[in-house]
Design a protein around this ligand. Structure first.
Ligand code: AMP
Length: 214
């Protein structure tokens, strides 16, 4: 089962991907997490990606396509995986189809997390992320047990630079301009599943599991 999860920043794809991993034991492939790890390790790829991410812009297609190409060849991906935040452009979606066709596989479903922009600004500005394991919290709606500390790995929580208000506006603009064309792309392939991402997380998960037969 190969599933694409896409939607605007803050729509809950990452949170739902983690729940799907716990249920199915298939891995979550998050290009955002891969890039943040590269930034944390100060690799040359990380240094290059940071320039784009800090502005809320997309990292060039060829960089993320190569990250995914390397990752999906791994053993733990053979039974399927959840793509969280990839593809984000039509060029990435087409490259993904070509690479999967080459190994006799294909995307099963593409889930759109649908939610109004007005909801997202509050969600993103209150979001806090674990610097180590990338678990996510919210200062009002999903507090950690100890303030500022990750429940799962005891590391420090921080606000992502790109969750700050001025960058969020640009990320939303980039989503509408560059990622929303994926809606028609997957609709035309009969793979689009639309989920109301404004619902509470437990309900979103319930509908997701039903829709995917996970
Ligand atoms: P995310 O954690 O998915 O919200 O991604 C954070 C940032 O990483 C995005 O705003 C982009 O700058 C970059 N990024 C993540 N995935 C991609 C992708 N598929 N294509 C281009 N840039 C990406």
């Amino acid at each position: 089962m190969i599933t694409v999860l896409f939607g605007p920043p803050g729509s809950g794809k990452g949170t739902q991907a983690k729940l799907l991993v716990e249920k199915t034991f298939l891995p979550q492939l998050s290009t955002g997490d891969m890039l943040r790890t590269a930034i944390g390790h100060e690799t040359s790829l990380g240094k290059k990606a940071k320039i784009y991410m800090d502005k809320g812009a997309l990292v060039p297609d060829e960089v993320v396509i190569e990250l995914i190409r390397e990752r999906i060849g791994a053993r733990d991906c053979q039974k399927g995986f959840f793509l969280d935040g990839f593809p984000r452009t039509l060029a990435q979606a087409e490259a993904l189809d070509v690479m999967l066709t080459g190994v006799g596989k294909n995307v099963g479903s593409a889930v759109l997390f649908q939610i109004d922009d007005s909801e997202l600004v509050g969600r993103l500005s209150g979001r806090r992320t674990c610097l180590k394991c990338h678990s996510m919290y919210h200062i009002n709606t999903n507090k950690p047990k100890k303030p500022g500390i990750c429940d799962k790995c005891n590391s420090v929580l921080a606000q992502r630079d790109d969750d700050k208000a001025v960058v969020v506006q640009n990320r939303l603009k980039v989503y509408h301009e560059q990622t929303s064309p994926l809606i028609d792309y997957y609709k035309s392939q009969n793979k689009l599943v639309t989920i109301n991402a404004a619902l509470p997380s437990e309900l979103v998960f319930k509908f997701l599991v039903q829709a995917l037969g996970a």
